[in-house]
Design a protein around this ligand. Structure first.
Ligand code: GLA
Length: 737
């Protein structure tokens, strides 16, 4: 890792372990991008990367300097109005109403370490020796622009963000994206993770085409619909090989990931807060800090990219207290009881769960106010004494007395009309004067941009955390914002509202996680509606999806795994017929999908047969034995010969390559199938392994290259063990030397 600056040529070269990122100051004083990709040696000058040719019908910098044509250049952080007609990274309205910027390079600062951002989730390097941060400063009159870049030892990652500082008259930021990357060609596939409620983050891959293609959110949440993580990959890239860039945004609100292919087939990537529904007033002395973006590149395919991102998050994004801590196996009562429960009804579930080895009970929605359905009580975080006559603390004590952990559900950002909070503080609800209100799940949203709202929630939640000695909080968020308007904000600052809302959410998270460092937070937004790195900074795991069907979950978890790692997503075994799709799958299949994640159950264990309960007991014991491997091992998606989405393969390998678990999921069984082989990844080719404790010993090389035979019984009537639809084969691989 090293950042080299050639001060006389005004050239910056950032070298991570295997990549180089190079940019420099160009003729007009702005910054030009030169290169991002596999590592190249340091040089004083990259004239070959800095070519200029005169094209017709294009604006030139001056009448003389006709080869400097802004729209032909790769820029580092482009503005508007100077002949580069691609979408810009920023746009400013100056005091006279104009929008043309002329930022020019001033100087730079190079420091060891990486400080956390204030008020925003961010990457960090607590050991200052293992990172370096470069800040390049530009100025346009009294306005200063700072571009920040951090690289980290052993990580092929570059973290970027931008700060605007105003030393002069008031200006307005209309667009202030976090980072831009101009690439010299457009032969890439755009790979994104899209979906909807209960079918989040399905992979979509399409070749780049001329024009702008983008993913975004205007929901004041990163959204179920489009996740901020995306990749640009060469067309032949797959899980095991090929060039790929990954981009992820450390933010939970409105975002824009835009990829523009221009007239010369070059590609501009822009990432940041969505400029629609954004604006920021910068008075003299004010500054605006954008959220951070993570860039990552590898030559070695999607698995390598996911692995290097996962390793990076664990070191530099996830709360160090939890980053490597095995997560408790939980049982959540939501799909077991919904809101129809009392302490007496829940205790048998808790006790049986304890007998089965489950480690934590999570009390979901419906414990507060008079909430028997979803029409009331949000905001009234006081126990419903009809359900718990000794309060939450009394119930929590009974759970703790069984030597189980206790977790509680909150939806802090919300308010019901039928609530004491609404009677007392109707003004805390987000609404636009003179407009009707748009309910979502019969509820409304609190204005988290107001300090007193955050203070109120912090006070109430702190009290319950202390009183009930909570070990875990599930922080839900079940609707998106409408009628965006901040009652406290003047008219010319209303476009700040959505970002200020998210800053309020972060403030509450920050205060709670600092005050209660041992409490594990799991974020949730009707499942995976806010599954992003902003949340992960505070809450190291997120409920992946409200869809707990094993088959649906394969696609969801598979898509999620490209940009995130298994310890980051909650995965539960629920009852069948499945609540979301009505499908019947075996308890074996359900667990084998949920093992890859922060594992748990979400059903009434007392209603299961003795045989199923015995199975759960075995599953829990099995998961405890291999939990570290499932949550923190090196995760691989396996390419399978099947291209019909019928077969998926996942594998996790311990860091010492001593143990691996492979899974082969088959959705529908076919008659008279061909012989099947399972090709492992990531083993030590030289070492010898057994599979499922069998007597045959295999070299790692054999298991990876020749594969392992997956037996199939042809006559379905002959054996109860015959694989059927919705089937998972599991292979436990252990080194014998
Ligand atoms: C959301 C969550 C569920 C559950 C319900 C409770 O849908 O995703 O897991 O907590 O809210 O209302």
């Amino acid at each position: 890792m090293s950042i080299q600056v050639n001060a006389s040529n005004r050239l910056f070269h950032l070298q991570t372990k295997h990549t180089s990122y190079v940019f420099h100051v160009i003729e007009d004083g702005s910054l030009g991008q030169l290169y991002y990709g596999p590592k190249i040696p340091f040089k004083d000058d990259y004239a070959n990367l800095n070519t200029r040719e005169e094209h017709d019908c294009t604006n030139t910098r001056t009448d003389e300097d006709v080869e400097f044509q802004a729209e032909l250049l790769k820029q580092e952080y482009a503005g508007l109005g100077k002949g580069d007609y691609r979408y810009p990274a920023f746009q400013i309205t100056y005091p006279n109403g104009s929008r043309t910027s002329e930022f020019q390079y001033r100087d730079y600062e190079l420091k060891d370490g990486k400080a956390r951002l204030t008020g925003l989730p961010s990457t960090f390097a607590d050991d200052s020796n293992d990172s370096q941060t470069l800040t390049v400063k530009l100025a346009d009159g009294d306005l200063e622009l700072q571009l920040h870049y951090t690289i980290f030892a052993d990580e092929d990652v570059i973290v970027r963000s931008t700060t605007f500082v105003n030393h002069g008259k008031t200006v307005f930021l209309n667009r202030a994206l976090s980072a831009q990357l101009d690439l010299p060609d457009a032969n890439y596939d755009f790979i994104q993770f899209a979906g909807s409620w209960s079918r989040e983050r399905h992979l979509h891959r399409s070749h780049l085409r001329p024009g702008t293609q983008s993913i975004s959110s205007l929901r004041t949440a990163s959204s179920h619909q489009e996740n901020p993580f995306f990749m640009l990959a060469r067309p032949h890239t797959d899980n095991n090989q090929g060039a790929v860039f990954g981009f992820n945004f450390v933010y939970s609100g409105n975002f824009l990931d835009s990829v523009e292919v221009d007239q010369f087939d070059t590609t501009r990537v822009l990432i940041g807060i969505n400029p629609d529904e954004f604006g920021w007033k910068l008075n003299s002395g004010d500054s605006f800090q954008t959220p951070e973006v993570i860039f990552s590149y590898t030559d070695n395919g999607f698995n390598a990219l996911s692995q290097q991102l996962g390793a990076f998050y664990a070191q530099h994004l996830i709360n160090p207290h939890f980053a490597h801590q095995e997560r408790p196996i939980l049982i959540n009562n939501w799909e077991a009881t919904f809101m129809d429960f009392t302490e007496d009804k829940l205790m048998p579930i808790v006790e049986r769960a304890k007998e089965l080895g489950i480690e934590m009970f999570v009390l979901d929605d419906g414990w507060f106010g008079h909430r028997d359905d979803d029409r009331s009580s949000l905001g009234d975080w006081f126990v419903d004494e009809k359900k718990f006559n000794h309060g939450i603390a009394g119930f929590a004590k009974r759970v703790h007395d069984l030597d189980m952990k206790f977790g509680l559900w909150f939806e802090p950002e919300m308010i019901s009309i039928d609530s004491k909070l609404y009677q007392t503080h109707p003004e805390w609800m987000i609404k636009t004067p003179g407009r009707g209100q748009t309910p979502g799940r019969h509820q409304f949203v609190l204005d988290m941009s107001r300090q007193e709202v955050v203070d109120y929630l912090f006070g109430l939640m702190s009290h319950i955390i202390q009183d009930a000695k909570l070990d875990y909080i599930k922080w839900d968020m079940n609707r998106n914002i409408t009628e965006m308007y901040g009652a406290d904000l003047p008219a010319d600052q209303q476009l700040e509202f959505s970002h200020r809302y998210i800053l309020g959410v972060y403030d509450l998270y920050d205060r709670l996680t600092k005050a209660f460092p041992d409490v594990l937070f799991e974020s949730c937004a009707s499942g995976g509606g806010r599954f992003d790195l902003g949340m992960m900074y505070y809450a190291p795991q997120a409920w992946c999806s409200d869809d707990t069907d094993a088959v649906e979950r394969i696609k969801i978890q598979d898509g999620t795994s490209y940009g995130y790692t298994p310890s980051m997503w909650g995965a539960h075994v629920s009852a069948v017929p499945n609540d979301q799709v009505g499908r019947l799958t075996s308890i074996d299949m359900r667990a084998k999908v949920a093992y890859f994640g922060a594992f748990g159950y979400e059903l009434d264990v007392t209603e299961l047969s003795d045989e199923e309960q015995a199975t759960i007991k075995q599953q829990v014991a099995f998961y405890k034995q291999y939990r570290k491997l499932f949550q923190f091992g090196t995760f691989y998606r396996l390419e399978t010969p099947d291209t019909s989405d019928n077969v998926y393969g996942w594998e996790t390998v311990s860091h010492d390559k001593q143990t691996a678990i492979g899974m082969r999921y088959q959705i529908l069984n076919g008659a008279n199938p061909a012989y099947i082989r399972y090709y492992f990844k990531g083993l030590d080719p030289e070492r010898r392994y057994t599979v499922n404790d069998g007597s045959e010993v295999f070299s790692g090389a054999e298991l990876m290259n020749a594969g392992y035979f997956v037996p199939r019984v042809m006559n379905r009537l002959q054996s109860p063990k015959v694989p059927s639809d919705f089937h998972a084969d599991m292979f436990i691989v252990k080194a014998v030397d």
